[in-house]
Write a protein of this length. Sequence first.
Length: 230
Amino acid sequence: MKRAFVFLSALVALGGAVYLAGQIKAQAPGAAPAAAPPKAGGKVAVFNVAKVMRDYKKWQYYATVMNSKRTTAAAELGKLRSEMADLQDRIQKEPLQQKKEEMAKILVDKQRLFEDKERQVRKMLDDESATYLRNLFAEVQQAVKAIVDTNGFDVVFAYPDAITAEEMNSPLYYDLKMRPPAAMPFYVSPSSDMTEVLVLTLNKNFPPPADAVVPAGAAAPGAPPALPKP
């Protein structure tokens, strides 16, 4: 029999049980699972963490927020960098030595200011990113626990895998498959993959802010723009 996935009725209200085959009743929220005799083999479920990142709307929202902040910070630092480049050019063209020395001191001050601001920006962005990541992990963990408790899974593997046909034709995809990290499954049966249920559970219970602009069908966020160097 194919494995089935069912939402906790108190956790996700989707108008009925969701399943692939068969039917499993959801436990009452907060109820302790009944003791079961030892089993020779446990039930295993998996989810594609790359797809969860792409389709989880709050993850998309956080990525949009952080990319926007990084772009703004890069632009502000870019202005200061342009000022330093302009000052360097003026120093080279200045005929008076005393004037050159005065401008050189100003340049040193601007370089120190740039370095200080860059460190502050990086720390602020890293700290905020870490907070978002910690919150997202807690929400994914809570959603996985609810699905596990309801369906009686013993093990859940999170695996990174291609999402689109284009990604499946990438050399990186074959490299990932032939040199998988940790316990990445080589083959995933659709009947045991809880990725879609996890995404629905997360989007239902942990939505982004009501006024958040989340791009429809957004892909996984790419690398943020690099901060300029002096």
